[in-house]
Ligand binder design. Sequence first.
Ligand code: ATP
Length: 238
Amino acid sequence: VRAFESVGSTNDVLRQMAGDGAPAGTVVVADEQTAGRGRMGRQWQAPPGSSLLFSVLFRPDLPAGDVYRLVMACGLATAEAAEAAAGRHVDVKWPNDLQIGGKKLAGILPESAIVGERPLWVSAGVGLNVNQAFAAGDPLHETATSLRRASGRTLDRAVLLAQVLARLNVWTQQIGREVLLDAWRGRCLTLGQRVRVETPGGAVEGVAEDITPQGALWLRDEAGQRHRIAGEASLRLP
Ligand code: ATP
C-alpha cells in the first residue's frame, strides 16, 4: 500500500506504477485528489481528508470483456466493509455506484490496458464518502451521503481500508464464479425497476431485468423487446 497526501487521481498514479511493473495487489491511497474522476470525465469531489480514495492494481487472468467482474469484487468488498462500519444496508446502483437510502455513497472507476484480448492490468479506483457532512447548502446535499451521515459516527479511514482489502481478498478468489454475480445482483436495487438509459444510440426506457456476467444490463421495453445496455450508458429514473 502506497499512501500519498495529494495526487491528481489514484488511478493516474497506479497507471504509472503499473507501466513500471508494479505487482498485482498494489494499492494507492490518497488524502486528496486534485483531479478525481467519475465516468465519462465527470468530476469526483472529496474535501481533503474526508474520504477513502484508493485504487487497486489487478493483473487478472480474464478475457478483456470480463473486466467488469473486478468492479463487482471491489464494489462488494467496499459495500460489506461500509455496511459493517455504518450499520446501514448498502445497495448497488448499476453500473458503478454504491448507495445508502437512495443517496450515493461511493463510485468505482475501472481503467485498464488491454493487449489483444487480455487485460495487461486493471486499476479499480474507489471513492468512498466517509466523514463528509454533506450539510444543507452543499451542492451534493440531496444526492450524496457518507458513512458519517448515515451512521452518526466519525470513522477511521485506515481501519476501513484494511477492512475493504480483507473483503477484497475474499471476493477476488471468486472472480470467475457465479457466486460473485449473484451477490452483485442481490445488492442491485436497479433490478426490477423502471429505468431510462441514455446510450450512444439514443434513450431506451424499460424494466431492468438482469445483469450479464460481463456487467451489462438487460432491459425490457414496453413492446417486450430486450435490450442489452453496456456499462458506459447513463442511467436515470424516468
Ligand atoms: P449518477 O451519479 O447519476 O449515477 P454516474 O454514475 O455516471 O452518474 P459517476 O461518474 O460515478 O456518476 O460520478 C460522477 C458524479 O457523481 C458527478 O457528476 C457528481 O454528480 C457526483 N459526485 C461527485 N462527487 C461525489 C461524491 N463525493 N459523492 C457522491 N456523488 C458525487
